[in-house]
Each structure stands twice: as structure tokens, then as C-alpha cells.
Design a binder for this molecule. Sequence first.
Ligand SMILES: Cc1cc2nc3c(=O)[nH]c(=O)nc-3n(C[C@H](O)[C@H](O)[C@H](O)COP(=O)(O)OP(=O)(O)OC[C@H]3O[C@@H](n4cnc5c(N)ncnc54)[C@H](O)[C@@H]3O)c2cc1C
Length: 490
Amino acid sequence: MADITTDYLIVGAGAVGLAFADTLIDEDPDCHITIVDRHARPGGHWNDAYSFVALHQPSATYGVNSLELCTDRVDTEGHNAGMYPLARHAEILAYYDKLMRDRLLPSGRVTYLPLTDYRGRTDDVHALRGILSRAEQTVAVRRKLVDATWFQTSVPATHTPAFAAMPGTRRAVPGDLPGLWLEAANPPAHFVILGGGKTAMDTAVWLIEAGVAPERIEWVRPRDSWMFNRRKLQPAHAALEELVDFQLALVESATAASNGRELCHLLEQRGVMLRIDPAVEPAMFHFAVISEGEVALMQQITRVHRNGRVTAIEPEAMLFGDVRVAVPPNTLFIDCTATAVPFNTRGQTRPFFDGDTITLQLVQTPFVPYSAALAAFLEVNFKTDEDRNPLCTPAPLTDCPDTYPYAVMANLLSGAMLSANPKTESFNARSRLHPTGPEIARLKATRSPRLAALAPVAEAIRANLPGVIKLGMAAKALHEAGMNSAGNRA
Ligand SMILES: Cc1cc2nc3c(=O)[nH]c(=O)nc-3n(C[C@H](O)[C@H](O)[C@H](O)COP(=O)(O)OP(=O)(O)OC[C@H]3O[C@@H](n4cnc5c(N)ncnc54)[C@H](O)[C@@H]3O)c2cc1C
């Protein structure tokens, strides 16, 4: 006999597992859930993130359905001024803690096992082990195992870098930077940021805002990146018209473009995409969202190395294979090379619903919490996997401009499918995690004149769908082959 019996065993108490649990307990008022996680607190990788991390998207659509994440107001200061707030590290952790303490546990239907490793299953019994207690426990699952670990989020504080660090090299992860005041007697003379993704961008902005002169910063950016302009992605209740403009730009540009790179350039012309250096062709697009203010700060750093990835660091040099680049004495190397989410897991998607296992992935890229909450809704409100899976074809996490049109196409087709189904349409209308659903429902209910803004969207989608599919299918082939349109590995 197992130590614990439960209806759903959720592995992972990050954004995904918690968004799923939160919706499940509302949709199925009888079920019992057990959540296990290696971390000591809810919130998954956010527990390991640097203290100056913030969401890159407005908080309005992040978290879980039952709980707002930030107050509904516009920031008045800093590089996000004029836009809706981005929850910061401490707020995100407090949010998930509150969710667990004030809602999930008091429901009496949730058992939470932190500091616990899920070790797999033998027949119908699942094995757990306490990380500190070393105690073994078994779980019998009446309904389903829910895998909320698919994203395998990797952050600098916990990953193993792919470069060597020679003895005596001064190095840090972003989370160490606020603690540099402790080294006031010997602060770094010079800084090198390693990596071109959003963590590196946050680090660059943090250093400049902390008063480090841009000449004292070098940046190893193996690939430059396109980013979404945050001004175009504000919450629907405040900026539905901008979101409509975003959608029109997407489908019209897809028709006009002959490949993903062109698509990104056309989106740049329409103010939707940004890049740091207008003279450099970005080879990466990981759905980062940024403000024009942050871009202006990052543009102050002009010492950028584009020799590929660093293979080793030494106290006064960095190596790119055989190429050695000298750096000043007392340089601090900052490792921002973790992969975040797996943009390289091509072909590793699987059906969301597969018998007694649910694997939480993306229904819409990159709407992580929404996708998990929708999966809980599908689980309860549809009878069979054959009913559920067509409504949640796993969406791709594309890696670069060349493959991005595949995600555009997948989102459009998925959105059409979910709107055409009355049950999922009604879920979207009440899910705060959906970018437009609740606002459109509210406008419809009040017969608002603002609905007129939506009028061109359906026609534009209909007219441009062939173009979106043509571009999307070509990009899908590249994504699945792991190549970009220049014939290189992406
Ligand atoms: C710095 C950073 C900023 C980001 N900003 C945004 C943003 O603004 N908006 C956005 O939508 N996305 C953002 N993302 C993407 C982000 O990864 C997702 O939003 C989301 O947090 C991923 O949640 P998750 O639950 O899949 O993963 P995780 O947070 O990694 O949670 C998975 C959990 O599973 C646990 N686990 C794994 N294996 C086991 C096991 N065998 N036994 C027990 N427990 C296990 C882990 O301990 C972990 O706690 C960001 C990512 C990073 C790295």
C-alpha cells in the first residue's frame, strides 16, 4: 500500500505546475492534488533567479488565473515608465508563496511536498525521496501524473557553464552583482558579460543603472537578438488597439516576407521588433520583450565581441577556441550563458494528454502559464484524449528569426481552433492569463464602441492566412531540421 494516495500528482511547483493546479481545483471541485518539487519554496526557477530579475512582459497575464500579480497601474519611473508594471523577483516569489499558503493549502485538497525529488514510477506506484530527510515515500495516483518539468528551465545560478575558468579568474553570476558592495575595498575594474540573451540584457542594464561607465563593460554576444517592443504588448484593457495593430503587423508582414529574417525586419519597420545594434543582423529570437529605454541603455555598450562562444576565461584574457582576447586586470566575468528554456528541443514535444500522463508544454508560444491553465481546463471539461489533444497541439519554441514564422503560424491556427470551440472560447473569456480574451468578452458584454478596433482583425487574418501558412511551413521544416535559412545550424 502506498504512503500517499492522490488524484493528480504534479511534479514541479513552478509557474507551470501551479497554473495547472490553480485552475484544476476550480474546474474539478472534488479532486485531490499532490505537488512535489525539489525546491524548498513554490515558484520553481524563480527561487534561483538574480534578485534584479523582473518579468519581461506585463504582469497582467503572468501567474495563475485566480490571483492578480500586480496592481493595475502604469509605471511612472525608470525604463518601463508609461507602461504596465513588471513583477520583480521578490514579488514573484511572494505571489507563489501566497498562492500556496492562502489558497491551495487551505483548500484542504492540496498536499505540497517541497524539497522532494520525484524518482519515477514502477507500475502504478510513484517514488519520492526527501532531499534532506532522505525519506522514501510512495504515491498511488488515482487519475494522472502531471509532468510540469518539461521546460527544464536553466538559470546561471544552477547551470554548469560550457566554458572553462582558469584559477584566479574573477567570475560571477548575475545574482552575485548586488552583493558587490561587500567587496567595496576591491571592486572590479572592468566587467565582461558572457551571453546574448535576456539575462545578459538585464545584466547590462543593471550595470549601467548601477553607475558603471559603459567603457568599463565588454559584452560577448555570439548572436544578436530581436526583441518584441513592450510598448506594443500592454494589457488589453489599456491597449487593445495596440494589440490589434500587433496582430495586423504580424499577419500582413508574414504575407509580404519571403523568410523569417524579412519578417523580423518588416516588424521592426512597424515598431513591433527592436534590436540593440541596427547594423547587425540578429540570428536569435527567443521572444524576449524589452522597452525602448532598455535598448537605449544597452546601446551605450559598444565593446561587443562576436567571435562565437567563449571556451575559457583567464584572469586577464578570454578564449574563443584558438583566439585569445586580452582583458584588463581585475576583470569580473559575468556568466549569463544558461539557456533559460529549451529552444533546442526540436522534435521533443509529445501529446499533452497521453493516457494517465499529462505533459505540460505550450499551447501558444510563449504563453507559459496560460498554456498550463488551459490544459487543466481541458482535462476536466473534455472526456477523452482524442477530444483534448486537437485543442492543444504542442506549439514550438523556435530559436531564431528563420524559424519564428512557424510559431506565428502555430499560434494563429491554435487561436482559431480555441475560438471556434464554445467551451475553450468561454475559458479564454475568463482567463486573466489570456492576452485578450477577458477584455474582448467585457467589451462585447457592454457593447462598447471600442469593439470597432477589432473589426479589421478577422478580415486581415482571412486574407493573410495563405501567406502565414506558406512562410510557416517553410520555417517548420527549418525548425525540425535544426537549420536556419542560410543553411547553418540555428
Ligand atoms: C530569467 C528568466 C525570466 C523569465 N521571464 C519570463 C517572463 O517574463 N514571462 C514568461 O512568460 N516567461 C518567462 N520566463 C520563462 C519561464 O521559464 C517560464 O515563464 C516559467 O517560469 C517556467 O516555469 P516552469 O514551471 O516550467 O519551470 P520551473 O520554474 O523550472 O519549475 C519546474 C520545477 O520542477 C522541479 N522539478 C524538476 N524535476 C523534478 C523532479 N524530478 N522532482 C521534483 N521536482 C522537480 C524543479 O525543482 C522546478 O522547481 C523566464 C525565464 C527565465 C529563466
